[in-house]
Design a protein around this ligand. Structure first.
Ligand code: S3P
Length: 426
């Protein structure tokens, strides 16, 4: 994909449905009694992997574009899959599913693509084993493939060393099948879609501060879900509109859950002009329309409890920081090293190619912004969020940028380049 510097971005856009909520609609819908209907479902490759896994366990799922109907069979209705379950590139699928599979009366093997097979799974193997699950890394390297054998689960209270919604959700889902309450305490609050949605599906889940507790064996009931636009996808257009002079963009129906909106807070701290219009709430989640105008930005510090609320937006925030006046420090974000790529290394490599002065650190980056960037050849290392972040950088850099393996965006945003073009007046 070749992208050139642009004049101004103008117009409106509805970004696709939230990835985390789309995955959970299928998972919780499968475990509920009756039909679950999800509208504005994300048809990215990751969520299609979740659908494929549940179909393989006997769940009937009708997909008609962004409308998905799941015929739930109740907490004990999944059937033994014929063969290995394939999560593709999706960490959410592997980690949440490992919790569900640990509570089943059948054995299973769960794997994914080469990137997934390098990502750390000990973070779920350890707590699930404490719950008496029989889960092992097949190659003994703490990664997928995971072999999960049927066992009887015990409720635990787990003090998680990482602020990870995938770990928290995995344990809470295993807790559905345990012999007593299960709780997870995190070092900082991560996204709470599982807690909100499980409650919406009639599970007994309570959250107090950094601890969430679930009671076992609920009668989950199928629901109608209108999936909000994904703030992690909106982030690219927010950044593009802020960076390209003369821009004004309205992003409609974007989910603004406070455990996900850290990027908005950081952008404002950098001097961004972002208005929240038409703030409302539907079902379990809050929404708004975001009006974004180009702004002159300055550097900031991104750290601490804010990190889990913007973890997927750090690549595009790093791009904003490269164009902002002054220095931006990102710290407490070592999790970036174990995402779809090592995002500290890959952001540093590609920002440097565009002429930005950036220092990688153990848990983040120091970005010296404000110097004009130039177009370059970008290698996203097959990481969708890196590709989209540099498509944004390309709009404000001098000359031409080439994004290699550009179609890796299909993981979370198949129509990304078309939507970007529509705002650039082509
Ligand atoms: C997700 C949680 C986050 C995020 C991922 C989706 C989820 O991962 O990076 O894209 O749906 O629970 P961690 O919880 O591991 O940080």
């Amino acid at each position: 994909m070749i992208i050139e510097k642009k004049e101004a971005l103008r117009g409106e856009l509805c970004v696709p449905g939230d990835k985390s909520i789309s995955h959970r609609s299928v998972m919780f819908g499968a475990l509920a009694d009756g039909k679950t209907e999800a509208e504005n479902f994300l048809t990215g490759a990751d969520c299609l992997s979740t659908i494929a896994c549940f179909r393989k366990m006997g769940i009937e799922i009708e997909q008609n574009g962004t409308s998905v109907k799941i015929n739930g069979k109740g907490l004990h209705g999944l059937t033994r899959p014929n063969g290995v379950l394939d999560a593709g590139n999706s960490g959410t699928t592997v980690r949440l599913l490992s919790g569900i599979l640990s509570g089943q009366s059948f054995d299973s093997v769960l794997t994914g693509d080469t990137s997934i097979q390098k990502r750390p799974m000990k973070r779920v193997i350890t707590p699930l084993s404490m719950m008496n699950a029989r889960i092992d890394s097949v190659n003994g390297n703490g990664c997928a493939p995971l072999s999960i054998k049927s066992s009887t689960l015990t409720g635990i209270h787990y003090l998680s060393p990482v602020a990870s919604a995938q770990v928290k959700s995995c344990i809470l889902l295993a807790g559905l099948y345990a012999d007593g309450p299960t709780s997870v305490t995190e070092p900082a609050v991560s996204r709470n879609h599982s807690e909100l949605m499980l409650r919406y599906f009639c599970a007994d889940v309570k959250t107090e501060g950094r601890t969430s507790t679930i009671l076992p064996n609920p009668h989950l009931i199928g629901q109608k879900i209108e999936v909000p636009g994904d703030i992690s996808s909106a982030a690219y257009f927010i950044a593009a509109a802020l960076l390209v002079p003369g821009s004004e963009v309205l992003l409609k129906n974007v989910g603004t859950n406070p455990t996900r909106d850290g990027m908005l807070r950081v952008c404002r701290a950098m001097g961004a002009d972002i208005e929240l219009l038409n703030v409302r709430s539907d079902g379990a989640e809050p929404y708004a329309d975001l009006l974004v105008r180009s702004s002159s930005l300055h550097g900031t510090v991104i750290e601490g409890d804010l990190i889990p609320t913007l973890i997927d937006e750090i690549p595009v925030l790093a791009v904003l920081a490269a164009f902002a006046e002054g220095t931006t420090i990102i710290r407490d974000a070592a999790e970036l090293k174990v995402k779809e790529s090592d995002r500290i290394a890959v952001m540093t490599e590609n920002l440097t190619r565009m002429g930005c002065e950036v220092e990688p650190t153990e848990d983040g980056m120091i970005i010296h912004g404000g110097k004009p960037l130039h177009g370059a050849v970008i290698d996203p290392h097959l990481d969708h969020r890196i590709a989209m972040s540099f498509a944004v950088a390309a709009l404000a850099a001098d000359g031409q940028t080439e994004i290699q393996d550009a179609d890796c965006v299909c993981i979370s945003y198949p129509a990304f380049y078309e939507d970007l073009d529509s705002l650039c007046g082509r």
